[in-house]
Design a protein around this ligand. Structure first.
Ligand SMILES: Cc1ncc(COP(=O)(O)O)c(C=O)c1O
Length: 427
């Protein structure tokens, strides 16, 4: 038994798919203690959009540490925080018409940013119910877990999860059914049994729930519905944000302005913990310290976040590059589907947040295992873990991206052949 099996809790999960010990990482590559290299198509579940140890971010952090810059600061004013607030305003919010939005630094995990968003919506409206969608994932702490659909995670709560009304996400019943018409009817009917919700929370591309995508039209209609029924619109951009969709925010293409936005994962750009809840200034009715968190002043993360935003988002160049890579990935995925299952495999998601849906979780799991044998770290998502989810760093070189997609194709070939052999053995 190794140290992890002996002394680490059974709750560990990703390490079960990749049973090696990693010691170094650079760009889109992970290296084990024995020097074996893996291409990383997991990217810290969307935390490493700029790859591992990006040299410019690393340099900025090293210089800051060398100068004895503040590391931990609760929510005290610091130069590093001032620089990040200014950068977020100048580079991200104002150019996107999100003027007059304020930034709340929450505890440094995504789920804490979601807790803050939900608390604020409830406090502002004085209402308890929140609408969340089928297959949505918003974290695993109290109120965030109530909004998460996944049975496995909900099962870990050990208590009732309440004050959430579950509605069908875009396309849940297929293209022919407009789930927002259904929602509108339920909200209009005084006897539908649905209490007036404070807010609606959603992901524009459902990261864990299966790479389901809400179209720009659907989002615009949802915005109108929120206004009509006096509900706040919360977009959880923790996974789909920071460039995954091709734009900095996943909702940009729709022109919709959410009332509250949550960001975390790739915000620090370096894998350092950082989360924020961003909202219209009029909603800012917090009393000092009412929502807090000891580690909401992670100044190292502020430094790398400012550097990442300045390096990648001051022009449109990076966004164009992501969109080109996304198109390449999806073309390769379509080729894999055509070759190994034109009617049973499907490309899902958008841009660099895409994956291949398999008919079942067993095949997807085997693709993950066969990929790993060939030097590729990749994981599954979806309501039945049936989607092989491709989350390469957005900065990956074209060469590494091609190599990774080649391995994925070989893994599909091997997994299909394994499935055929076990079918033959069973019959
Ligand atoms: C959309 C979304 N919201 C919230 C979270 C929770 O973030 P964290 O794991 O940092 O608490 C995640 C994590 O995967 C997520 O994808």
């Amino acid at each position: 038994m190794n140290t992890f099996e002996q002394y680490e809790s059974e709750v560990r999960s990703y390490c079960r798919s990749f049973p090696v010990v990693f010691s170094k990482a650079k760009g889109a590559s992970l290296f084990t203690e024995s020097g074996q290299e893996y291409i990383d198509f997991l990217a810290g579940a969307g935390t490493l959009n700029y790859g591992h140890n990006h040299p410019e971010l690393k340099q900025a952090l090293l210089e800051y540490i060398e100068s004895d810059g503040l590391t931990h600061g609760l929510d005290m004013h610091s130069c590093a925080k001032e620089a990040l607030i200014t950068t977020l305003q100048e580079v991200i919010l104002q150019p996107r018409g999100l003027n007059n939005y304020v930034i709340q630094f929450t505890g440094p995990t995504g789920t804490n940013a979601v807790e803050a968003a939900l608390k604020l919506a409830r406090k502002h409206t004085g209402r308890e119910a929140v609408i969340a969608f089928t297959n949505g994932f918003h974290g695993v702490s109290g109120a965030a877990l109530s909004c998460t659909g996944n049975q496995h995670h909900r099962g870990g709560a050990g208590t009732s999860l309440h004050n959430v009304v579950r509605m069908p996400y875009a396309g849940y019943f297929g293209d022919q059914v407009d789930t927002l018409d259904m929602m509108d009817k339920l909200l209009q009917d005084p006897s539908s049994g649905i209490d007036h919700p404070a807010a609606v929370i959603l992901e524009v591309i459902q990261g864990e729930g299966g790479l389901n995508v809400a179209s720009p039209e659907w989002l615009r209609k949802l915005r109108k519905l929120c206004d009509k029924h006096d509900m706040l619109l919360i977009i959880d951009d923790i996974q789909a944000g920071c460039g995954r969709s091709g734009d900095f925010f996943s909702f940009e293409a729709s022109g919709v302005k959410p009332d509250i936005i949550t960001l975390s994962k790739s915000l620090s750009g370096f894998g350092l913990p950082l989360a924020v809840t961003v909202f219209r200034k009029e909603l800012d009715i917090w009393k000092p310290g009412e929502h807090n968190g000891t580690f909401r002043g992670n100044n190292h993360a502020f430094i790398t976040a400012s550097k990442a935003l300045r390096t990648f988002w001051e022009t449109k160049e990076f966004s164009e590059e992501i969109k080109q890579k996304g198109e390449f990935v999806r073309q390769r995925m379509r080729k894999i589907c055509d070759r190994f299952g034109p009617s049973s495999l499907h490309v899902k998601g958008r841009c660099m947040m895409s994956g291949i849906e398999c008919p079942d979780g067993e095949l997807a799991d085997d693709v993950v295992a066969e990929s790993f044998k060939r030097g590729l770290v990749i994981e599954t998502c979806g309501n039945r873990d049936q989607i092989v989810k491709c989350f390469a760093p957005l900065t990956i070189s074209q060469d590494d991206l091609s190599k990774g997609m080649d391995i994925l194709e070989q893994a599909f070939a091997a997994a299909k052949s394994n499935a055929a052999k076990s079918d033959a053995a069973a019959s």
